[in-house]
Write a protein that binds this ligand. Structure first.
Ligand code: 0K2
Ligand code: SF4
Length: 327
């Protein structure tokens, strides 16, 4: 009997989202305009390759603005920051460039508005995650963190008629909906956000990996360990039919044992993972006979964000002072 054809299903969309493109470009543009060092508070995005490559160009990653010398330039990561962090930066006379993804800023604004309207806010998200820390900081006295369905019974609110939920942008859509259903069973008047907090990129990458998982014996997700959205892709793949699913930063982390008896491999990448390691994974598979690659397209993405306003202002100022071309 001839063995089944070895093939690869490649997810589309995958990889960089609009918020990550903007954040990475912000660091690159700041380096170009001001020269190194440019301080970046927290990993600009949760990806080893991106961080190493920017470090090589002169970015200095710090966890606390106190580590940036007074008067230096500091960029806030795509995950966003609490207002207290902005205040600390201003007190240290740091020139801040805000690379918070606009879709995270939208959640911050919802939190502030709901707190002003005296709602208790149930924030569905992972304790300790950078985005969650930033969102919590926008309404610290009104937000209660809910980690998942298992936390619902512990929730206490002041007035059950005045309670709303929000979420981290990079969660599993299905698990979040399960949490919301359980919350609504306890709090029937729970208010939902006006639009999805789980962002388009997270949703699209999960929809794509589900499609792959229906056919693949093995799913390889390219992304870093500390990347929430990448980890969720692995979980979604495992939960929706993939024989097995693993997260790797690069091809070197693939264990050849994973391929035993595997005919179809699905490949995707998290919103913070660049395309270069994906290409290396495809080359690694090709070298082992997985030479039939089909792209599985489950959606198109066209969203793009402008650079942070601080950089746009600087670029405008520089173009205004440029001498006019001689006629
Ligand atoms: O998925 P995470 O929130 O851990 O973040 P990254 O892996 O850096 O992906 C970019 C998303 C940043 C904000 O939503
Ligand atoms: Fe923005 Fe979504 Fe990308 Fe996060 S994953 S940076 S919220 S677009």
């Amino acid at each position: 009997m001839t063995p089944p054809r070895k093939r690869v299903l490649l997810a589309s969309p995958r990889g960089f989202c609009a918020g990550v493109v903007r954040a990475v470009q912000a660091v690159e543009k700041a380096l170009e305009l001001y020269g190194p060092p440019i301080y970046v508070r927290h990993e600009i995005v949760h990806n080893k390759y991106v961080v190493e490559s920017l470090r090589g160009k002169g970015a200095v990653f710090v966890e606390d603005t106190a580590e940036a010398p007074e008067g230096s330039i500091v960029i806030f990561s795509a995950h966003g920051v609490a207002p207290a962090v902005r205040e600390e930066a201003a007190a240290r006379r740091l020139a801040a460039i805000d690379a918070t993804c606009p879709l995270v800023t939208k959640v911050h604004k919802e939190a502030v508005r709901l707190a002003e309207e005296d709602y208790d806010i149930l924030l569905i998200g992972h304790e300790g995650h950078e985005e969650v820390n930033g969102t919590l900081g926008h309404a610290p006295h009104r937000i209660h963190l809910v980690g998942g369905p298992g936390d619902v019974d512990k929730v206490t609110v002041r007035t059950p008629a005045r309670v709303a939920w929000l979420s981290q942008t990079t969660l599993s859509v299905d698990e979040t909906m399960e949490t919301v259903r359980a919350l609504k069973a306890r709090l029937p008047l729970l208010l939902s956000p006006p639009s999805d907090d789980i962002c388009y990129a997270t949703q699209n990458r999960q929809a794509a990996v589900k499609q792959l998982a229906a056919e693949a014996d093995l799913i390889i997700v390219v992304g870093s360990r500390n990347s929430s959205n990448s980890q969720r892709l692995v979980e979604v793949a495992r939960g929706t039919g993939a024989g097995a699913a693993y997260l790797v930063d690069s091809a070197e982390q693939i264990d050849a044992v994973w391929l035993e008896g595997v005919a179809t491999v699905g490949v995707t990448s998290g919103a913070s993972a660049p395309e270069a390691p994906v290409e290396r994974v495809l080359a690694w598979l090709f070298a082992r006979g997985y030479d039939d690659v089909t792209t599985v397209t489950t959606g198109e993405e066209s969203l793009a964000f402008a650079l942070p306003q601080e950089l746009r202002r600087e670029l405008r100022a520089r173009s205004d002072t440029r001498p006019e071309k001689p006629r």
